[in-house]
Structure formats: C-alpha cells, structure tokens
Design a binder for this molecule. Sequence first.
Ligand code: GLC
Length: 757
Amino acid sequence: MDEKLKVTANGQVITVSDQTEEKHIEIINTGLLRIYKKKNSEQLVKLHYEREQINIITQETNEGIYILFHDYRIRVKDGLHISIEKNGKEYFKEYDGDAVIYEMKKDFSLAELEGHKREETEVDFKTQINIALFDKEDKIYGLGDKAAQLNRRDYEYVSWNTDDPTAHNETYRSLYKSINYLLVNHHGSEYYGLFYPSSYKCIFNLGKYSDRFMYIGSEKGEYDYFLMLGEDPAQITKRYVSLVGNTLFVPRKMLGYHQSRWSYNAEEMEEIREKFKEYDLPIDYIHMDIDYMDAYKVYTVKKSEFPDLKSTAERFEKDGIGLITILDPGVKVEDGYEVYDHLKEMGGFATYQGEQYINQVWPGDSKYPNYFDEKTAGYITQITKDFIAENKVGGIWCDMNEPASFNGPLPDQVAFMGEDGVHYHDEVHNLYGEYMTRAVAKAFEEENKRPAVITRAAFATTSAFSTTWNGDNQSLWAHLEGSLAQVMTMNLCNFAVNGVDIGGFGNETTKELLVRWVEANLFSLFLRNHAAMNTRLQEPYAFDEETLRIYRKMLKLRYEFIPYLYDALEKAHRTGIPVQRPLFFDYPSDEETKQINDEVLIGDSLLFAPVVRQGETKRMVYLPQGTWIDYFTKKEYEGEQTYLIDMPLDSTGIFIKAGSVIPLYKNLLHIEKEKLDTLYLYIEKGGNGEYIHYEDDGESLDYQKGIYNRYKITRTSKEIAFETLEENYVSNYKEIVLLYGDRELKRPFCTEFVCEL
Ligand code: GLC
C-alpha cells in the first residue's frame, strides 16, 4: 500500500487522506452513501436521512484501503479514487484515468452569419466528479424532464432551470427542471443511483466525450454526492425517495381531465362547460391562464371579464368542474397595487446592489418575491389562502418560476435574504420554483386540504410539494412520442403526478395528432389539454365527429381506471415506487426492456403501448415475462416476445397481466365523492393474484391521521376473497360488482366476503 494513504473513522464517517487532501465516505444506511470532500450546504436543499447503525470494518492493505459493510467492499486507491465491489463483483467506480474533455475550438463566425447557433460547453470546473463507465452497454437514466429518450447516455445536460419555448429535442441541455438524479445500469442487471445535492448550476456529461467516464462539473457546487446502492431499480429508487421526500399525495380530483388554453375568456369558459356537458365528456378542471388577471397583476381578477369569479366558480362546481388559476412569481411594479406595496414595504423582494431588483415578465416591470424569507413566504401563503377562499378556486398553477425574465437573465448576485443570511441567485435559481410552490402548497395544508398545485420549474426535492407539467411542448409527433419517456423519467425521479400538454402547446395540432396524444397520455396522472394563444383550437370537439367520439371514449376509459391510478399514487407516496415505470424497472435483467421508450408499465398490472407515430394503425409491442391479455380483444399473449398489434385510430394498447384484479369506477363524468359508491373489480383471466385497494376522502390530510381503509383482494382461478385490512374511514361503497369474463356479479358492499368465480 502507498504509505501516504490514511484512514480514520468517526462513527459511520470514514475519512481517507493522502498528503494533499481528504475524502469522506459516510455510510448512512445499508443502501445510502455520501461521498464528499466538502458537503454542499443544506440550508436550502433540505434532505432527509434514514440513519441506520452499520457494522463497518476498515482494512489497510498493500492495495489500498478497504471499507467493508453489508455486501459491499469499498476500496480507496492512490489519488483517493473510490471503487465499490458488491458480493465480490465490480459495482461502482470513480474514474481514475485522465479525464480529458474534448473541446471544439474552430472559429464559428462564418456559420453564425447564416444563423447557426452554438452553445459553448463549459470545460473548467472547480469541482469535477468523474465516474467510470464500465462498458458500451451501460445505460444512464434520470435527470427529470429532459426531452430525450430514456437512456441519456452520450449526451450532456445542464442543471439550470430554463424557460425556452422553442421546440425541445434531445440536444437541449436545460429545460425547466433540475433533478440531479441518475439511475445507472451496468453489467446486465446491476443498478445504482447517484444524486448530486447542489442547487448551483452543474453539468452532467454522460459519456459525450468518452466511452470510459461520465462527469458532473460545477463552478460552485462541492465535491459531494450520494450513492444509492441496491439489488434492483425499485430498492434504489426507494432509497433516493427517502432522501428527497415522498411524492405529493394530491386530491383525487386532480387525476381527472383538465381543459386549458392560453386566452380563454369568461365566455369561452362557459362554452366549455356547456359543450362538455352536451357532448358527454368527462372533465374535472378548467384552467384559467394569465388572461383572468387585471393587467397581469398576481392575486387580482379582471373585473370586466369576471365581475364575480366566486359565483362563476360555484356555478362550475355545480357541474363538477373546479377552476385552477395560474400564478406567476413576477409582481408588477405599481404603487397602489396592494400586493406590490405590501411586499415592497416588508422588504419581501429580491435585491440587487442594495435596491429591489426589477426585470420584466408579463406585467412589464416586475419584482421577484423572496420565497426564501420565512415572513415573505408566510405572506404569500396568506394571500394565496385568501385568494382561494374569496374566489373559490380549486387549484393553483405556478408558472414562470425558473424564474423567467424577459429582460436578460437575473445576475448571479441578485440577493435573497434568508433566515440564515443572504443567498444569491446562482444558489437559489434552481430552487426558486420549489420555494414558490412550498409557500403555495401551505395555503392548502393550513386548511386541511391536499395541495392542488402544479409547477413548471422544479428541483429534485420539489416532488414532495407539487405536481408538475413539462412546459411548452409543441404540436409535433416527436413531442408526442417523447412525452412517454419524459413522463416515465419524471416518475423515476419521484414526480408521480406529471404530464405534458395534450395536443401540444405551441404550433398547430392535427386531428390525428390530437387523438393519438390523448390516447398516449391516457394514464399520465396529470392529464391536461393546453394550447398557446392563437394556435388552432384543440378542444375534444374542435374537429369532427370521429375525433370527438374517440376522445370521449378515451376520457371515459381514463375515468374508469381512476381508482387503480389513485391506488398506485398512494403506493408511490407511501413507498417511493413510481406509478408510470419503464419496463426495465420491473424486469431489470431483461435486456430487451432497457431502451423501450414507447411502452409504460402503469402500476403493477398494466402495460401500456400506445400508437405514437403518424399514420400507424398497428405497432410492435414487446411483452415481458408472464402472460398478458389485451384489454380490448381479450387475446392472450405469452411474454418475452414482440407482437404486431392492430391499433386503429380509436384504439390503443392496454395489456393486463394474467391473474390481475383491477378496481374500476364506471359512468363517471367528474370525480365526486358522492358518485363513488360502486366499486367494480375487474378480474382478469389467469391464476392467482392479489391486490390492495385504498379508500379515503380523496381531498383532506386526514389520511395522515390514519383515516382511510385498505382492502385486500385475493383471487384464484376458482374464487375471489375480499377482506378489510384497515378500516378507519366511513366507506363510500354501497355495492361491489365483480367483472369476470362476460359475467357481472353484483353484491351489496361488505367488508369481507368470498365469492366463487
Ligand atoms: C408559459 C406557460 C404556458 C402558459 C403561458 C401563458 O408559456 O408555459 O403554459 O400558457 O406561459 O401564461
């Protein structure tokens, strides 16, 4: 062993050092390590630790230092490079070679004359964490909303929340969210997770310049990362979730259909209400974009348009429709405007060179609330609460919170005074959206309501406070196809309630594109049709009879699956297991599954494979191990094979695992508690199966006090047994209907029964 290497232990923090520096390895629990030279601050990035006492052995040998715990052996070599073996096999490795970054240096000015743009790639970092790639087959998943395929390998991304409405594609380095989490697959069935906990701008270069290493580079972040170790993606994801906080459990109504368009006025909203009724279309929310405000002043209502928003909201509510209003951070600079005056007076805005900082957003000159200051955040919570109560709105849609700015980017030194001192823009930028949603979510929680909050900008930890959508996509087939990988990746990163704008936001949709889009996003927990102003209309009835008929069929199908999706969300919230999963998540050693971007596992029983390409009326579907049954044709398929399946325009690919039990609701147009009195249990062909169904009030935080029911359904090919595991909520159910083959067995609801099939 090199005599210069030293090892000391302080509890579960092992410090290794050579003559120039030291590195620490903190073993937090059997599956969670933190490796750092200096920790990133946790004043604003708040993490949770499930500490566990671990038996650790350190050894000094001729080959380096060994640290043994559980099934792992960490080895530290010269240069303090760390590698980990699991059960004697290579599992993780910091790259110990020369990490040369390739730089393009040719003069680009001629190309610029024609309008070509080139983004400069940063190459010098204060911190660079180099991780070895073992093999050309290694896959790298994660990083949230990036517009790419599931496997992000060979690309470079930048964590810097960015508002850019041009057409996103796989070469876009930054989008609206910064979620510094990677799930890496190597050596066939091995997986580990890696989280970089800094809010500062950082680069993830995932093997773009070399097959041998990837790196995280940052100018201001520290050498500090978490490693999630485990047997499979599920275990690793659970460990990641325990660190960043469980995904938000939203009101059940949020799983309904949302209709939106930038520019709806009062009259158009009425028209939607009437048309959805007339056309027998399910709907739960209409979104009100910036046009409802007076001169885009947040927390105001344009009285000429909505003289009495409260009574409008009440009228809509009678028809089962909630209203969700948009909220931007930028506060219009205007003396005499109450919110502005109040924040100005209390020093609740960000400052720059001693003055309150001004940039431009929708209202023109605007200032940015300092959500990092408790008093300011408290004021935002209060006025949000008042706004909701006064206008009876059902949810808040937080936008432009990267934060967006029309007059150039905010300088790094814009200051946000917090309880513990000042934080500058370069540190808070990626957290700005999260802190806004924290303040807004609190407005619901203080009323014992689950937050109905949507945000565009997010950091890794935001999943505990808000739902998300993926910003301004366009009416492009590529964006429809890409939406599946985007939503699956957001789910891998713990954002269960996520979706994209159906039909596409920018640009003009077509009839076929709209139909395929609503089909492809059928199981996204956030399901919203939204479009930019002046684009072609894309409401379900905007085209012809056929479009309307298929759209209606799909929405009704979605509503049937609400209890199944709600169960999966509750499970995600409680355990960290995502709702919409890539196939490899459940079949981690099946090589075929590793790069399937257009099939999604939804919960534990369903595989979804929609048509996502123009003109296709059939598609190839790979089915993993097991027997799968086509939900529409009832045809049975054996797994580990690829099939060509017919999917005419009015059909999509839903496959149920043999032996599954799926709870359904029927005949719902709105998710209202009163109407959820009949529970349907769809019993698929096949042998044994088990399912846990969850029931609560769907809206309050009472579930946190244990006020819910949990039922277990066990089935064999001969009988079905229903039992109640937990019962603290007065059930809504009056009737149970078993759907088995062509049969419908109705029975009054009771908490325990056995029934022959
Ligand atoms: C942003 C949002 C979009 C919204 C528009 C107007 O572009 O991403 O959803 O409609 O602003 O508020």
